[in-house]
Design a protein around this ligand. Sequence first.
Ligand SMILES: *[C@@H]1O[C@H](CO)[C@@H](O)[C@H](O)[C@H]1NC(C)=O
Ligand SMILES: *[C@@H]1O[C@H](CO)[C@@H](O)[C@H](O)[C@H]1NC(C)=O
Ligand SMILES: *[C@@H]1O[C@H](CO)[C@@H](O)[C@H](O)[C@H]1NC(C)=O
Ligand SMILES: *[C@@H]1O[C@H](CO)[C@@H](O)[C@H](O)[C@H]1NC(C)=O
Length: 435
Amino acid sequence: MAVLWTLALLSFGVSGSRLSDCSYYGLLKYLNLTAPSPVLQVMRPVHNWNHTTDVSLDMVMYGILDVDEKSQTVTSHVWIETHWTNEFLTWNPSDFCGIDKVTIPKSLVWNPDVDIDEDASDSGSLREDPLLILMSSGRMLTTKHQRLTSTCQLNLFLFPFDVQRCNITFSSSSYDTGSLKLGPARSSYVITTLSDVFMITQGAWNLKDVEVSLFDRSNGNISVSKLRYTVSLQRKPMLYVINLILPLFYLLILDLASFFISGSSGEKLGFKVTILLSISVLLLILNDILPSTEDTLPMIATYCVSVFTVVWLSVLEAILVGFLPQIDGFCCKEGQRSEDLQQEAVSHEEPGGVLENTEVKPGKVLPPDDLQEFLREILEEVRAAPQEAGRPEERSAQEGRFRRMAKMIDYVFGLVYFLVVVIFFLYFCIIWING
Ligand SMILES: *[C@@H]1O[C@H](CO)[C@@H](O)[C@H](O)[C@H]1NC(C)=O
Ligand SMILES: *[C@@H]1O[C@H](CO)[C@@H](O)[C@H](O)[C@H]1NC(C)=O
Ligand SMILES: *[C@@H]1O[C@H](CO)[C@@H](O)[C@H](O)[C@H]1NC(C)=O
Ligand SMILES: *[C@@H]1O[C@H](CO)[C@@H](O)[C@H](O)[C@H]1NC(C)=O
């Protein structure tokens, strides 16, 4: 009976111990994780020091918040998943009622110190999961969500039709390649697809693709493993086309059309100056967008300055064309006045020199000689008359020379202007579309 009792107790004890093995407590107790162990926290978890810890990383970009051209940074939401193996924390799931994974605090075990080289964000934006998942094989999985502000050398040459390629490089700051090796868990294609699926906000950008590359960077005698994600972001250009490029082009066309406004009126000049002012307002918008740190001038700045210069030249030309006929009027008035003076002198001479000497008295009949003289003078004057009548024609021809020159300049400039606008349009189309 006593033996039976003992057997019963034993079986109860065994089943009781089996029952307790089915709880996480049993597992954690088996893994010595019930209390913080400093060794587990600081030691790279390998049995042989020569073993490399392979750390697999996945980065999924699920939000593009801001691309700052002035500070050359990209702010995005990323989700980073890290896997590695802890060779000490393994168990056989069949010993623990099939438990094949357990969630434990990160702080209990060693974590790889993987950082992002381009990270420029404050640590407050990091949302790290305090827990990690431990598999029965010793595989560990941890995730973190980060509002990542990374530096990126933005190339704005083709703005707003630009594609930015930004690097996000992961590396360990204290382990070399022999101790810690980084690697991608998923391929570039899968990462791109995942990013597309999980994308919650893109703003003015499109995520084109994500490329993963792996390389070692030796720093003196120490070689460090690096994992680089190259993210290609494409700007959505429509807003800039509608706000900046098209209005500028329309203003240019308007300025071209102003050649058909009659040149004599001052309206033409006023119209052109108004166009010039409108362009400078648009230039102010551009100034807000583009950084001044750019080495190569962005295409759009060249575009704006070209439009401005062309319109400015056409204003100058309008001033010149308006001014030329004035010179004309001025010089010819001078000529007329001198002729008038001459005529006056002649007419003064005539009565004084000829008529006064003859002393023609009313009622008195002129002697035949005087009469002859008088008639000859009249004849000469009559003969001279056609010549004098011809002179105003000559004058008007002279007056028209500048006016005609102005017209010619206007015509040639208009033609050249038209050609320049066509070439300009083609040039920028080709560069922006092909670029
Ligand atoms: C837990 O600690 C005990 C005693 O220190 C040790 O014998 C055992 O191997 C450890 N278990 C594991 C999984 O490391
Ligand atoms: C550890 O690495 C060193 C040099 O890399 C090598 O000479 C040695 O044989 C390795 N030992 C083991 C146990 O792998
Ligand atoms: C990204 O890395 C590649 C390879 O080193 C480099 O050529 C490129 O300039 C980097 N891009 C940026 C934006 O820093
Ligand atoms: C690299 O290693 C060599 C020999 O091991 C040593 O002489 C040299 O000073 C090291 N250089 C650096 C930068 O640590």
